[in-house]
Design a protein around this ligand. Structure first.
Ligand code: IPE
Ligand code: IPE
Ligand code: MG
Length: 258
């Protein structure tokens, strides 16, 4: 996928064209992770129920997944439901779960057609009908070799690290694993094993916090926060984030080369 694939969906004369052309396709982030936030506020502004915000957010998911695949990103990770989100009212949670199921059912063929590999990251514990649907999506797309699309569900960064370390210690004690217990070893027990760490972390709706997302993997991610609420987030915002990311200087603790 490339500039050409992206130009196919950006109408000629669109004010998005200069943005598309400003992107350096040789220096794309390999992995973009997004904290999709602001659905409730979007609904409130329109005097609607919170769940209407979640419903509207599906169009943003579709747009961002398609754009990521067309751009040629390697990995896209969307934060859809945290371990802490179970604190919300039962009806909101069940509507969200229903929407997820519905999304996957509607999108599975598009994902397959676009060679997108769908994966779920997070702890088990989703309602069984939702878990089954997600499992089916992951199995059906397992052979896809294009974009890896991780959706974080019942996810907690601390829980991920805790589970990884626990399994690593068990394997070492049982003699199933030898070699040092180092950062690479821990990384290989995370859900994202084998994937590059996020180069770019986006959060919508203006909140300046991480909310327990990918704590290990974002050690050196570039962070981009926008006031745009998730249901309003579209291709142009992702392109803007990538254009800004490409202006950043990543130093990893080193110094600016002269
Ligand atoms: C993000 O929107 C979706 C989820 C966390 C599931 P919110 O529902 O958190 O929306 P706000 O933050 O209340 O506006
Ligand atoms: C973060 O959003 C979790 C997801 C996007 C799934 P929240 O709305 O749950 O985060 P807080 O409560 O504002 O930190
Ligand atoms: Mg929120």
């Amino acid at each position: 996928m490339s500039l050409q694939d992206l130009l196919e969906v950006v109408p000629s004369g669109s004010d998005e064209l200069p943005l598309v052309r400003s992107i350096d396709f040789e220096r794309l982030p390999r992995h973009v992770a997004i904290i999709m936030d602001g659905n409730g506020r979007w609904a409130k502004l329109r005097h609607k129920r919170r769940v209407e915000g979640h419903r509207a957010g599906i169009a943003s998911v579709r747009d961002v997944v398609e754009t990521s695949a067309r751009l040629g990103l390697k990995v896209l990770t969307l934060y859809a439901f945290s371990v802490e989100n179970w604190k919300r009212p039962k009806t909101e949670v069940s509507t969200l779960m229903g929407l997820l199921k519905h999304y996957l059912r509607m999108e599975l063929n598009t994902l397959l057609k676009n060679n997108i590999r769908f994966r779920v990251i997070g702890r088990p514990g989703l309602p069984s009908d939702v878990a089954d649907e997600l499992e089916r999506g992951a199995e059906r797309t397992a052979g896809c070799t294009g974009l890896i699309f991780n959706i974080a569900l019942n996810y907690s960064g601390r829980a991920e690290i805790t589970d990884a370390v626990r399994r690593l210690v068990e394997d070492v004690s049982a003699g199933r694993r030898s070699g040092p217990v180092d950062e690479d070893a821990i990384g290989s027990y995370l859900y994202t094993a084998g994937q590059p760490d996020p180069d770019l972390l986006i959060r919508t709706s203006g909140e300046m916090r991480i909310s327990n997302f990918l704590l290990w993997q974002i050690a050196y991610s570039e962070i981009w926060v926008t006031d745009v609420l998730w249901p309003d987030f579209r291709r142009r915002h992702l392109l803007q984030a990538i254009a800004d990311y490409q202006k950043r200087e990543r130093r990893y603790g080193g110094i600016t080369p002269v």
